[in-house]
Design a binder for this molecule. Structure first.
Ligand SMILES: NC(=O)c1ccc[n+]([C@@H]2O[C@H](COP(=O)([O-])OP(=O)(O)OC[C@H]3O[C@@H](n4cnc5c(N)ncnc54)[C@H](O)[C@@H]3O)[C@@H](O)[C@H]2O)c1
Ligand SMILES: N[C@@H](CCO)C(=O)O
Ligand code: NA
Length: 428
């Protein structure tokens, strides 16, 4: 049986699990791949760091470049843009195949690295980069390649789902739950990439590129995080039979493809509303398949290593079988919509003076901007006249630009004391 040299870059949360599986499950992996997958070395920063005693010390090296140059397959689990990018480019240029979980790098340089892989007849796979253990990239690019995807909505960041879910179930404030997520090890020490939506935006870039056969760029993705979501927003959502989730959405319309990440109101009977804790799920709509949902662990060392190993076996099988790589489907032009062109429904919270004519004035502004109102509810009058009332308006689908103009005009009315929230709504 052929032996393939596998170089592992990085021995952190995911890398250490990949090393464990490569060593412990070698016979099974050889059967599945049709080749021995020999762990030829592990690139680390510091040889002195205490590590898993099951991993032979002789495998560790600080010379990542030499390790890459001697490999048939390179698994990159360093994270960050460099030296990960340079090492992956080097491996592909050598004709070696690469597996990575590095969504930040792929969102920034995916098109270039995919082109480099094709140029050198190498494979580049990254199932671990989106929704960890959940098989989602291969279902999109292989299983659904005979269909036409119309929309993807994903809960693709475990940290933010944990926070929003805890706010929903306990009524706690954002800061308190974030501290809890950090204590439980879900959030990073600096959780900015999670809570500001950047991690989800990188994953949205990758998902949208594969689903719509285009090279999207991170700059094509409108991104809002969850830091402005208050306990009051969560309670208002609950009262309306809804839940707030941070969604990565990529949707095809007649004009192009809108890709966005933002907190979203979902009706509680939507399948994504049932995704709790740090779990991830991706909801896919395709013309012929209809609605599909993929659910599971989106993070964690062993779950993410499962996706890495699946890619490794798949890559090894093709190296063993040889021959040309499958022709890549013709790439479609990038038709990313600007954020202003994206259409969705909105829920707007207003605190208004409770006096005659206010509703009519607000409704007139919506009509003037062609934003159609689906539902309107008034609550919390604190006196019969001269007090304030809370209005909650849900709209039919309209463009972001029309909605922004409507909200600005409504906010300028004397009778409108505060726009308490503007949230997008998805699902029926
Ligand atoms: N942890 C997860 O749940 C998860 C899920 C999906 C994807 N990913 C991705 O997988 C990758 C690895 O994540 P992780 O959680 O294992 O990170 P980690 O920080 O635990 O591990 C990265 C390791 O690489 C080492 N490293 C960094 N630069 C190096 C260099 N120049 N030379 C040698 N070693 C270097 C670090 O010291 C660290 O041990 C990242 O791209 C991450 O985005 C992680
Ligand atoms: N920080 C990420 C890790 C997985 O990519 C999350 O919370 O989902
Ligand atoms: Na995945």
């Amino acid at each position: 049986m052929k032996t393939l040299k596998v170089a592992l870059l990085g021995c952190g949360n995911v890398g250490s699990e990949v090393a464990r599986i490569l060593l412990a499950d070698a016979p099974v992996l050889a059967d599945r791949a049709g080749a021995n997958l020999e762990l030829s070395g592990i690139a680390v920063r510091n040889l002195e760091t205490k590590r898993d005693a099951q991993i032979p010390a002789a495998l560790f090296t600080t010379d990542a470049q030499s390790l890459v140059d001697g490999a048939d397959i390179v698994i990159e689990l360093l994270g960050g843009l460099e030296p990960a990018g340079e090492l992956i480019a080097r491996a592909l240029s050598n004709g070696a195949s690469v597996i990575t979980g590095n969504k930040a790098l792929l969102a920034a340089r995916g098109a270039e690295l995919n082109a480099l892989a094709i140029k050198h007849g190498a494979q580049l796979r990254y199932e671990a980069a989106v929704a960890g253990a959940i098989p989602i990239l291969r279902p999109i690019s292989d299983s659904l390649s005979g269909d036409r995807i119309t929309k993807i909505m994903g809960i693709v960041n475990g940290t933010t789902n944990f926070i929003l879910d805890a706010m929903d179930t306990t009524g706690a404030a954002f800061d308190d739950v974030l501290a809890q997520a950090q204590a439980l090890g879900y959030a990073e020490a600096d959780p900015t990439a999670d809570v500001e939506g950047h991690d989800a935006a990188a994953k949205a870039t990758i998902l949208a590129s594969l689903a719509f056969h285009t090279d999207f760029d991170l700059a094509d993705v409108h991104c809002e995080g969850i830091t402005k979501i208050t306990a009051a927003d969560v309670t208002a959502a609950k009262d309306a039979g809804m839940v707030i989730k941070l969604l990565a959405i990529a949707e095809r319309s007649a004009d192009g493809i809108g890709v966005r990440v933002h907190p979203t109101l979902l009706r509680r009977n939507h399948p994504l509303a049932a995704v709790h804790g740090a779990f991830n799920a991706v909801f896919v709509e395709a013309e012929n398949a209809g609605e599909l949902m993929f659910y599971g662990a989106g993070a964690g060392g062993a779950p993410t290593a499962s996706a890495v190993m699946g890619d490794t076996v798949a890559v090894a099988r093709r190296v063993v079988s040889g021959g040309p790589l499958p022709a890549v489907a013709a790439q479609q032009p990038n038709t990313a919509l600007s954020f202003e062109q994206i259409t969705t429904s909105y829920a707007i919270g207003l605190r208004v003076s409770d006096e005659p004519g206010v509703l009519a004035a607000i409704a007139a502004i919506f009509a003037a901007n062609s934003v159609s109102i689906e539902a309107l509810r008034q609550s919390g009058s604190d006196s019969v006249d001269g007090g304030s009332a809370m209005l909650r308006i849900v709209t039919h689908r309209s463009t972001e630009s029309a909605l922004a103009a409507t909200v600005a005009a409504v906010a300028s009315l004397d009778a409108v004391q505060e726009v308490t929230s503007v949230l997008r709504v998805e699902g029926n």
